[in-house]
Design a protein around this ligand. Structure first.
Ligand code: NAD
Length: 266
């Protein structure tokens, strides 16, 4: 398997769902992980579970990706706990389902804030920390979490889809600047397909409630119908892709968006 021994990772939104699975998969591959999340109890519990399953040295930091001061604190805390930093997973995100004729400015702003501003600040602090003159200074890998929603049109998630397209573009330019300026940081993103986490299950319920599908099961059936692999995604499908992009086996891969969607977006 892929070996991340000695590697030091920060995962945003790591208290539950895909982020929790990514933190576990990174630790299982040998990395030490700091979980960052708004949710303190759940986030600290994930870090404790990593310590008991994979050995001490993991940690938790309370973090709001939309707040620049919180980022400054998080990269210092992570570098301190881990003795460095060379993997950053910008996973925190939110989805508020709405028809374009009904969506409010407040809902739009919330999604732009967490998904675009939060990821852009993550890239900023990740690059500044890992580049040669940074706090950690050894180069590394940033993995951003976009979505299959950036590659197809699905009703009810227009703003979310737009924010995930923005994550894709942020990734490409970040990879370009990192290379051109000699930061030694690879920057990639993945496009997860639908996974029945709190967010994924909520989305299926919401699009049914909006009348776009007859029921949540019908919405899920429509997604599966568009997916050659014939099933929804699983947390481990996404976590394994993140481990790969973080690993030395992906050393010549930067600036890509990797679909991890069973073919839904092809
Ligand atoms: P989730 O809602 O289960 O978990 C998201 C986590 O992010 C939570 O722990 C939450 O507390 C945290 N978070 C939210 N706002 C934050 C903020 N401002 N600062 C710090 N942490 C914050 O969602 P998930 O399904 O695990 O999704 C994780 C990522 O994967 C998101 O970026 C999402 O858009 C993306 N994604 C999910 C799916 C899916 O089907 N589940 C598909 C494609 C992409």
């Amino acid at each position: 398997g892929l070996d991340l021994s000695g590697r030091k990772a920060l995962v945003t939104g790591g208290a539950q769902g895909l982020g929790e699975g990514m933190a576990k998969a990174l630790a299982a591959a040998g990395a030490k992980v700091v979980v960052a999340d708004l949710q303190k109890d759940a986030g600290a519990a994930v870090a404790d579970a990593l310590d008991s399953e994979y050995g001490a040295g993991n940690g938790f930091v309370a973090h709001d990706v939309t707040d620049e001061g919180s980022w400054e604190n998080a990269v210092v805390a992570a570098t301190d706990v881990l003795g460095g930093l060379d993997i950053l997973v910008n996973n925190a995100g939110i989805e508020i389902t709405s028809l374009l004729t009904e969506v409010t400015a407040d809902q739009i702003r919330k999604m732009l804030d967490v998904n675009i501003l939060g990821t852009a600040l993550g890239i900023k602090y990740g690059l500044r920390t890992m580049r040669p003159d940074g706090l950690a200074g050894q180069g590394g890998a940033i993995i951003n979490i976009s979505s299959v929603a950036a590659t197809i049109a699905f009703p009810g998630i227009a703003i979310y889809s737009a924010t995930k397209s923005a994550v894709d573009r942020l990734t490409r330019v970040a990879a370009m600047e990192s290379g051109k300026l000699g930061y030694g940081v690879r920057v990639n993103c993945i496009y997860p397909g639908l996974v029945p986490t709190a967010m994924g299950a909520g989305l299926a319920n919401d699009v049914a409630e909006l009348g776009l599908f007859g029921s949540p099961e019908e919405a899920v059936g429509a997604v599966i119908g568009l997916t050659p692999a014939g099933r929804l995604g699983e947390v481990t499908d996404m976590a394994d892709a993140v481990v790969f992009l973080a690993s030395n086996e992906a050393r010549f891969i930067t600036g890509i968006g990797l679909p991890v969607d069973g073919g839904m977006g092809m």
